[in-house]
Every structure is written in C-alpha cells, then in structure tokens.
Design a protein around this ligand. Structure first.
Ligand SMILES: *[C@@H]1O[C@H](CO)[C@@H](O)[C@H](O)[C@H]1NC(C)=O
Length: 116
C-alpha cells in the first residue's frame, strides 16, 4: 500500500518538473506571439506589412542571441504558423519586407534543430 502511495507521489513530482520546463519554453513563446501579433494579418493574407510587425520582427531578431534561442524562437514561430494557417510565401518574404536579416526562417517546414 505505501509503495503505491510512493509511486503516485513520485509520478506527481515528475509531472511538476516536466510542466515547469514547459512553462519556461512557453514564456519565450509568449514573447514571440506578442511580437508577431501585428504580423498576423499579413502572414495570413498578405498586403502591406504594419510598422509594428516589423518592429516585432526586429525585436525577436535581436533577442535571438544564442543558437538555443534561435531554435526556440524558430519552434515557436513554426507552431504558431501551423496553428494560424500562415501563408508560407508571405512568411518567407516578411524579413525582406522589414529589411531585417533574420537569423532564422519563418517556415513551418523548416527543421529548427538544424539552426547553428
Ligand atoms: C533536423 O536536424 C537535426 C540536426 O541537423 C537532425 O539531427 C534531425 O534528424 C533533423 N530532423 C528532421 C526531421 O529532419
């Protein structure tokens, strides 16, 4: 009986640790989502790129200082692009439209782990 209780406690603790890890990633994804928020219309339907969108792209670009960050932002953008139904052509032309040399692509087919 105590063994069962112990196992349950261990399980709950492990879930706690795992979800904490997720929370860290989610916080950074939140930054990505907030910064990219003004870009949503453009990413879905094209047209002109709002200045706030370019500002967000620039912010994200300068925040991506390490490979780990770049991969993380890439993964966030990727999952956002998927859930929003982003048009990949609009997405890939965004950095150019904002005159930003983005350090990682906005592309939901891109393998973010291959970022150096
Ligand atoms: C993504 O890239 C990494 C590192 O280059 C590689 O190990 C992995 O197999 C790739 N994944 C896919 C799905 O191509």
């Amino acid at each position: 009986m105590t063994k069962v209780v112990l196992a349950v406690v261990v399980c709950i603790c492990m879930v706690g640790v795992i979800s904490q890890h997720h929370a860290v990633g989610a916080a950074d994804c939140q930054l990505v989502l907030t910064q990219m928020q003004p870009c949503r219309n453009y990413l879905k339907s094209g047209g002109s790129v709002p200045a706030d969108c370019c500002k967000g792209v620039k912010t994200l670009n300068s925040a991506a200082t390490t490979s780990a960050k770049k991969r993380q932002f890439c993964d966030c953008l990727k999952s956002e692009a998927k859930s929003l139904g982003v048009n990949s052509q609009y997405a890939s032309s965004l950095p150019k439209k904002c005159s930003v040399n983005l350090r990682y692509p906005i592309n939901y087919n891109f393998n973010c782990s291959s970022i150096q």
